[in-house]
Design a binder for this molecule. Structure first.
Ligand code: ATP
Ligand code: MG
Length: 360
């Protein structure tokens, strides 16, 4: 185990508390995958953790202390029982001094395996066996667990899709029974899981599984053809998505740009100039265009931005003897189009001659 992680565990222990790694990091490590998010559970209370780590900013939210080091993000959480989930988070947290009870409040056995600082496995709920058998099994009473926090429905399916694991029989049955509860989840929480599903190379089988389980309709998305691309905006650009989901301005921009290229059905100098290489590469993957072709076209672009125009805006105005105006901007754009189409050379003399008498 990485010495940075051991150090954090030992730091808690040297203050007289227990500390174990739990959750995604352990699951992924046992599956041979690297993970940089480290969840630690402990009987130290949030105030103890603040004393131990003396964080510059007190990022203790919902009783968790979060901090980043160069390589890892640590989430240190006090053992707890959770009750009465309201929307995003449990509305009451009861801290306890018992690892087993803390593990029992978790969602699936594969997420309740612990490691101590010597890398010994502590696994009272049999997560290791389920991990070996590729099985997602709920901890405790399945129906109650899913009702308590219906996000667990989406998490179960997400783990099944991303890990290629099966849903244990009773869990699968109860997911079907309780699928309607997905409708009560905030769109922010739905999106977190949906993003992970869309970024899985098993996405197509995953969406079929969501349909099979009766969950798909609650996600408020539609799709016809879908090509897997390892970029979340490229995936959303291929879906019809409910306006209830929130996207950042930059995400919307990228999604809309990709959609415009897909609609055109091709990549040309205009799209490369307007949207840049990366967005065209994404659209190109969806359209099935060879990356080399796109990269070569980009390399060969006669102009990549207005700054590369071989004449200044002021000089254009001087040659035409007009004041800067919208019309000049339109003219510049027309010239750039001609340059992109290979009809005008991006060269000062050629541009001056064009401005004086049009294309020769
Ligand atoms: P990943 O980080 O890959 O999404 P993870 O299992 O680490 O997976 P986190 O959201 O980081 O997921 O949560 C850490 C741990 O907290 C989980 O492994 C699980 O033990 C517990 N947990 C998270 N969300 C829930 C939930 N909704 N209900 C019960 N336990 C949960
Ligand atoms: Mg995690």
């Amino acid at each position: 185990m990485d010495k940075y992680i051991t150090k954090v565990l030992k730091q808690i222990e040297s203050n007289g508390f227990e500390a174990y790694i739990v959750g995604g990091y352990v699951r992924d490590k046992l599956l041979g995958k690297k993970s940089t998010d480290v969840d630690i559970c402990t009987n130290a209370l949030p105030k103890d953790l603040i004393n131990i780590f003396n964080p510059k900013v007190n990022k203790s939210h919902y009783g968790s202390l979060r901090f980043r080091t160069e390589k890892y993000t640590f989430d240190i959480t006090t053992y707890r029982q959770e009750e009465n989930y309201v929307k995003r988070r449990p509305n009451r947290v009861v801290y306890i001094n018992n690892l087993l009870e803390d593990l029992k409040r978790r969602d699936f056995t594969i997420n309740a395996i612990c490691l101590n600082n010597k890398e010994d496995i502590i696994d009272p709920l049999g997560g290791r066996k389920d991990l070996d058998n590729h099985l997602i099994r709920c901890i405790g009473d399945v129906a109650t667990k899913l009702e308590e926090d219906p996000l667990r429905i989406l998490r179960a399916v997400r783990f099944s899709i991303t890990l290629g694991f099966n849903l244990e029989e009773e869990l699968r049955r109860e997911i079907v029974n309780k699928a309607y509860l997905v409708d009560t989840l905030s769109y922010e929480r739905r999106r977190e899981e949906l993003d992970k599903i869309l970024l899985s190379s098993n996405v197509l089988e995953g969406l079929e599984l969501l349909k099979e389980l009766g969950i798909f309709k609650y996600l408020e998305i539609e799709y016809q053809d879908l090509v897997y691309v390892n970029d979340i905006c490229a995936m959303y650009s291929q879906l019809k998505v409910s306006d209830n989901y929130n996207f950042t301005k930059s995400e919307k921009n990228i999604i809309n740009s990709i959609r415009k290229i897909i609609k055109l059905g091709m990549i040309d100098n205009h799209s490369l100039y307007q949207y840049g290489l990366y967005i065209n590469q994404l659209a190109g993957k969806i359209l099935g265009i060879k990356m080399k072709k796109i990269n070569d076209m980009f390399e060969a672009l006669p102009i990549r931005s207005i700054k590369e125009l071989d004449i200044s805006y002021n000089e254009i105005c001087a040659i035409l003897d007009i004041k800067p105006s919208r019309d000049v901007k339109v003219l510049v754009n027309q010239m750039i189009d001609l340059i992109l189409e290979g009809k005008l050379e991006n060269e000062r003399e050629a541009i001056i001659s064009y401005l004086r008498k049009g294309i020769k």
